[in-house]
Design a protein around this ligand. Sequence first.
Ligand SMILES: [Zn+2]
Length: 160
Amino acid sequence: MAIRQIRVDDDEILRKRCKPVKEMTPRIQELIDDMFETMYENNGVGLAAPQVGVLKRIVVIDLSTDDNEEEPYCLINPELVFEEGEQEGEEGCLSVPGKAAKVVRPNHVIVKALNEDMEEIEVEGFELLARALCHELDHLDGIMYTDLMEPGTLHKVEQE
Ligand SMILES: [Zn+2]
């Protein structure tokens, strides 16, 4: 496994549409392992493949904290199939270092995807998980949270 370099700010790869994954290969498995390692190393809760410069429809999410263990997700070719409600909250991104802003997202979503064994799965998320799913899925279509943020709410945050 290896930590990959995170693409930031106006890197144009972040604005491209990613391609679906057709089959699991050792290269893609390695990419997924590296994405988890890169996310953990940078204290992120989610990471999409274009953020490490690979235009494939893969995201990883892990909302675990020191006192709350959550299931890590690897989602391949994810699709939003249901959304409901609204939540407003602070959002940040490893590709927009040192900043955060307020973004309105659905409060409840269901995402269909393939897991690392290329089996169909469905992930239902409320609140923070719903936000993370929307944020990471947007990356696969070149959308950044800064496109959706409420005007005037972008601010600096302390970096870890
Ligand atoms: Zn992001």
